[in-house]
Design a protein around this ligand. Sequence first.
Ligand code: C2E
Ligand code: CA
Ligand code: CA
Length: 496
Amino acid sequence: MQNFLSLNLLTIANVTSLGLALVAVVAYWRLLGRSKALSADLDKVARELSQAQTSDPVTGALTLAKFDAILEEACHRSDASGRPLAVIYLDLDHFRSANDAFGRIVGDLVLKQVAQRITEVIGAAPPLARLTGDEFALLVDGQLVDAKRVAKTFLAQLSKPFSVTTQQVRLTCSVGIAMYPDQGSRRNILEKAATATRTVKLQGGDGFAEYSQEAVDARRESAKLLHDLRGAVERKEFELFYQPKIDAHSLQITAVEALIRWRHPQLGMVSPNSFIALAERYGVIQEIGRWVIEEACRQAQIWRGQGLRMRIAVNISGHQLRQDDFAEHLASVLSSTQTLPSRFTCEITESIAMEDTTSTILAFDRLGELGVHVSIDDFGTGHSSLASLKRLPAQELKIDRAFVTDLGTSEHAQFIAQAIVSMAHTLKLRVVAEGVENRKQRDMLVAMGCDELQGYLFAKPMPASELSMRATTDRSDMPALFRPSIYSDTVPAQLK
Ligand code: C2E
Ligand code: CA
Ligand code: CA
């Protein structure tokens, strides 16, 4: 009886309604109240059959088990022919939020359409598998260029909206490519394609990448750095260096910009370029950013005690700015260190400043109310309009270093720098040029009407103690700008 049943069910397995047929049979036998032993046998058969199932009921794509078998065969074929094989791994970006927003039923229908679109791109009956919720894999016979072309087409096709019932769902995806046999073995090639997908995800998704050992090593290094970064504030591993900003005409120091340094116990001095983005991505920036504000204000108080009067500037990350209690924390530190808000500059990059999100607009309003000085950093790289600049409570604009570097060699850079200065002055903003390294650049910037200059030509970022020493020691080899100008009051920026 048992054999008969298994045999018949296996025959049914060849037709697509296998699942339903099986459920019906199981339910029927249970309904009839047949023996428990028989019911257990049927459950076992059902389990075996479901494992033998080759396609995913939601999308019709292959199951992982079936895909594995096909991959195995394809690798053998590739070994025999010497023709490479591309494994493509596709992961939808933020699919969970689409599922949450539209519900599971719509989500499943979208997945079905995703599988259909992928199939349309690569033609009939591709070896496409659904691996888990929103992850797919497929094989492309051919070279890397072929796989890249396919990946690009996926990105284009999947970015078109999906219409499900009355809903329009928009998606992007991350695609990873691994080439067999060059980049992996039969056992790990799928995992390597998945690794390549993770590289894309970490860069924000909506793109494709091929597997690269360097990317894996870099990620491992980042993971280690992130591990060390947590708790680095508590272990007192950070230090602030300070770089002066110089008035272009009087050559007085108007301000110093605080630039963070990390004394890593093994790696030595680590540049902020290596860890700020990491700290931002993994939420460590809040703790670091708060420390920077506290430390810079503490130092400003000490300098005031020594009679030094320059304004202090701090780089503020977008993540920090968007924190609800950012302005509150800043206000409390300014007050406890008796720092006048107008003597404290928040340097905020143009890309963050131009964000039109409620939290950023609110944050700028609060900075305006607080009365701190606001500087738009790295200006010229974003897409600011006059109108959007006008609505910001900013007093200063820093021309991005790239334009200053290219001033001597590029007419384009000269044109941009001049346009920035003119536009900023129309808006009554002071213009700072950063990264000034030689006299030629300095002279051109002064001729263009820049108000302040900053760069290695004047002073490199230095520890607070060195700055104090330069300002207070009477040495003839010190640049004139440190004495006596640093004792004079900061020239207040021309406010709107
Ligand atoms: P940034 O705000 O644009 O700072 C200017 C960078 O250019 C600094 O690099 C500075 O040392 C460097 N620099 C200054 N003058 C010259 C010059 O004449 N030539 C050249 N080649 N470079 C010059 P640094 O200190 O490595 O900082 C890099 C970036 O890290 C900063 O760029 C800023 O975006 C970020 N950063 C630094 N400190 C902090 C911080 O406390 N908080 C946050 N959120 N970001 C920070
Ligand atoms: Ca800056
Ligand atoms: Ca900058």
